[in-house]
Design a protein around this ligand. Structure first.
Ligand SMILES: Cc1cc2nc3c(=O)[nH]c(=O)nc-3n(C[C@H](O)[C@H](O)[C@H](O)COP(=O)(O)OP(=O)(O)OC[C@H]3O[C@@H](n4cnc5c(N)ncnc54)[C@H](O)[C@@H]3O)c2cc1C
Length: 501
């Protein structure tokens, strides 16, 4: 069977992730040809990731320390949310479980039960390895032995977004992927089927393909500009539409977590890398001007700025379908949900995984296409609800921005999830969807969505034995974390950035 000619439009993070994965994992099945324009450039932000990226890198045979050195990466154990429920609040959304994990009854149910009975129990954070390590600024790789407490956390990376694509390019090209530099000025389609047949560059060259992967970023050259696939606008719930980004020198410790600090009209990120700290203010242009956002960011960053603030514009939502005709949208070309929970690169990965699983063997079948779109819809919907929760579950009323968020109508799917949690601390479980129980529990409790009841099965053990067990668990987690290396020292030993050697 002849290999499919796959044309990837765009060489940002999405384009090179797609090129590397297709070339490496479907050898002989597809000939990969990527087109990108250096004059147009890439969006160049996207520094924080989710733990799933490790599986993606592993499948590509990437050596972790080499990749981290090349992208100047640090480890990420979770996200610290500051000032979200109320000004002065702080909690961590950890990667990993609360408690030892794996039990039939979720750990937080026992904790809730004791709290509801008025018992004096430590904060839930103290039962999470990831939270404890993050607060203590420690790091070690997790154990592979699932009986051990230090196997109960996960981790992701914080890296220089402009270096990940080039790193993957090396892998893709080694596997035979071809790259053409140039601006696409026309897209040609079959008169009968409407399928895209080729893209044409400024110099007149035409690149033909059987399957096109639209990784053209916010421009959405194929899905939007060519196929006119409608955009589902979610900005009534996720009203931020701007970000101003500005890196600075690192002042203080290189923390193994991303900071997201609620601001009067949005929030600010703080992402420590090996060579600098990334910062940005994400806000709504209805409530804040670009100049005021830049001034607020400059006033807030901890270290000396090393670039001027740069404004990025976006709208929350997604294309109604991500795979239309013979075009598959991956990355910003198919949709964007703001970077609060670092989900964009994860969504790219989810789309690539679904494409690999459903890659056409001969003709493109509508059944494969529908299944792809169903999977991507679920991913987007669940990320959307999780993000909206952060804005809606707040007591803040100090600005019109937070007033709007607190009082806005939310999707029914989220309202039901919140009601279920309020009644008995239950988290809706899904087969597909990125965020697991601990993520939802951390955000609900961290933002003061407090259950009235709990899972009645948590009433079985005596309160004395539960309290004693919990105190020992917290002490064990603390002790294990204390024995670990400082995060900065770990990085210097494990994966020092290449030009710093
Ligand atoms: C403010 C902000 C913060 C973010 N933070 C995070 C984060 O912390 N974590 C995370 O996971 N994600 C984050 N993201 C998202 C992340 O940046 C993107 O998902 C990621 O960079 C992928 O972008 P892309 O490859 O889809 O598009 P781009 O990087 O925009 O690449 C588009 C490519 O298409 C090419 N192209 C476009 N038009 C043409 C043409 N006519 N001819 C030829 N080539 C063309 C361009 O040259 C470029 O190569 C953030 C996004 C924003 C806006």
């Amino acid at each position: 069977m002849a290999a499919k000619r796959v044309v990837i439009v765009g060489g940002g993070t999405a384009g090179w992730m797609a090129a590397a994965a297709l070339a490496k994992l479907l050898p002989g099945r597809c000939d990969v040809h990527l087109v990108e324009s250096e004059a147009i450039g890439i969006v160049g932000v996207g520094e924080a990731t989710l733990p799933h990226i490790r599986a993606f890198n592993e499948r590509l045979g990437i050596d972790e320390a080499d990749f981290m050195a090349a992208t100047r990466a640090t480890f990420k154990l979770g996200i610290e949310f500051v000032n979200w429920g109320r000004i002065g609040d702080s909690y961590i959304h950890p990667f990993g479980t609360f408690g030892p994990g794996g039990g039939e009854i979720d750990f937080h149910q026992f904790w809730l039960r004791l709290k509801q009975q008025g018992m004096n129990v430590p904060d839930l954070d103290l039962f999470s390895m990831a939270c404890t390590m993050a607060r203590m600024n420690r790091f070690a790789l997790p154990s592979h032995d699932s009986r051990r407490l230090d196997s109960t956390f996960g981790y992701a990376y914080q890296f220089d977004a402009t270096l990940y694509g080039p790193y993957l390019r090396g892998i893709a090209e080694k596997m035979g992927a071809k790259r053409t530099e140039g601006r696409i000025v026309a897209v040609h389609r079959d008169g009968e089927s409407g399928d895209v047949t080729s893209v044409q560059l400024e110099n007149g060259e035409r690149i033909e393909g059987d399957l096109f992967v639209d990784c053209s970023g916010f421009v959405s050259l194929l899905l939007d500009k060519t196929l006119s696939e409608p955009f589902e606008d979610w900005s009534r719930w996720l009203l931020n539409d701007r970000a101003t980004a500005m890196p600075c020198r690192t002042a203080g410790p290189v923390t193994p977590y991303t900071g997201v600090i609620a601001m009067p009209h949005g929030w600010r990120w703080r992402i420590p890398l090996q060579h600098r700290t990334g910062n940005g203010y994400v806000y709504s242009s209805q409530f804040l001007s670009d100049d005021d956002a830049a001034a607020a960011l400059i006033g807030a960053v901890e270290g000396e700025p090393i670039a001027e603030p740069r404004v990025l514009r976006f709208k929350a939502g997604r294309r109604r379908r991500s795979w239309v005709n013979n075009c598959v949208g991956v990355g910003l070309a198919s949709g964007f949900l703001e970077p609060l929970e670092s989900t964009s690169i994860y969504l790219i990965q989810a789309a690539i995984t679904a494409l690999l699983e459903l890659f056409p063997q001969d003709e493109i079948s509508p059944v494969d296409r529908n299944e792809f779109n169903r999977l991507i819809d679920l991913e987007y919907d669940r990320v959307r609800d999780f993000l909206i929760l952060h804005y809606h579950a707040t007591e803040r009323a100090d600005t019109p921005y937070w007033d709007y968020c607190r009082t806005m109508e939310i999707p029914d799917s989220l309202a039901e999830k919140m009601e279920l949690f309020r009644r008995r601390g239950r988290v809706v479980k899904y087969r597909e969807g990125v965020f697991l129980d601990a993520s939802w529990v951390a955000v609900y409790l961290g933002q003061r969505v407090i259950p009235q009841g709990h899972d009645l099965r948590a009433d079985a053990p005596s309160p004395e034995s539960l309290v004693a067990g919990m105190r020992k668990l917290a002490a064990d987690i603390h002790g294990l974390s204390e024995m670990m290396e400082d995060h900065g020292a770990y990085l210097r030993r494990y994966c020092p950035m290449k030009d710093a050697a």
